[in-house]
Design a protein around this ligand. Sequence first.
Ligand SMILES: *Cc1c(COP(=O)(O)O)cnc(C)c1O
Length: 384
Amino acid sequence: MNLLDKKTLLAPGPVPVPPKALLAMAKPVIHHRLPEFSAILSKIREDLKYLFQTKEDVLFFASSGTGAMESCVANLFSPGEKVIVVRGGKFGERWGKLAETYRLDPVYIDVEWGEAVPLEAVERALSENPDAKGLLIQAHETSTGVKHPVAEIASLTREKDILLVVDAISALGVYPLPFDELGIDAMVAGSQKSLALPPGLSFVALSQKAWDRVEKTTSPRYYFDFRKEKKALAKKTTAFTPAVSLLYGLSEILARIKEVGLERLFAHYQRLAGACRAGIAAMGLDLFAKAPCEALTIVKVPEGVDGAKLMKLMREKYQVTMAGGQAKLKGKVVRIAHLGYQGPLDVITALATLEMALTELGYKVPLGAGVAAAQKYFLANKEV
Ligand SMILES: *Cc1c(COP(=O)(O)O)cnc(C)c1O
């Protein structure tokens, strides 16, 4: 047993929840058909538009992020329709599995894990598949730490009769993805990543182009039916019982985001990512992603170190939970999140833990090197 029960969560979801949101969620549950609930809902609707940078309503569901991914596949496409799927990690694979489950006809752009999809590959897929009805991609592929070029891809799809569907579950609010301006058609998010809430809420923003499609598609859907939610929202309620307590927390978080402003938030994440990477470089370790995103840093487990042992040591002795690799990256990488309710000292904690744990496992790393580099980075790059 540890002397102290003092855990630090530094995984790319779920992330720690700020005390103000925790307290908001402890409020008594209210009935969702009362005016009291409609008042909270109205506020949330407005604030979600700010976060997603859209004039359209953002739908939400009581589910993990994958539920919202599934809702996009079910509402936006019909069986047999062709969709282009960017597959460069575990979450790209998930788009593919969802497309197959709904009997769509997925065409894959397979991308080496750790690399961003080359724009030429997207251009080629689009010109070779003029009948494709959708392009499904991640903004951040959280399993590889990569940022795909969504803005550039949007400029290729915007004028075409194809829907750009973006899984921004670990990217929303982390770097600019202005939904309306870029011309994205559907964008998915989840509560337990950048929003710093417990798991259990998912979100979908939809363009007018996407809504036009929703009316025509024939895939089966019931709970995740966009039309039902749209109708309910017009009546200032939700189609089914919403996750009332989580919405209390959401209301608190969204108000805070609006107060701070997206620009500052984006700069904050860039700063955390920069410092974390400076620290990793100073430790002599290698990054996994060639086009790294701002939500997390993925470090290769150095030669001769048992990745599973490293994760276990950090988790059990230091009570620091980072994430290991998924699927074929199992045991090979450490994923350090700087996402949600995380600040500079959380990055320092991650680096210090990694230095100590690697040292204990017999790997030579100069103690304090990563920490010092991150400290210098933070001092040289002031918070905006
Ligand atoms: C976390 C994550 C998911 C999965 O979300 P769940 O909430 O676990 O269903 C999907 N895509 C990306 C990019 C993620 O980061």
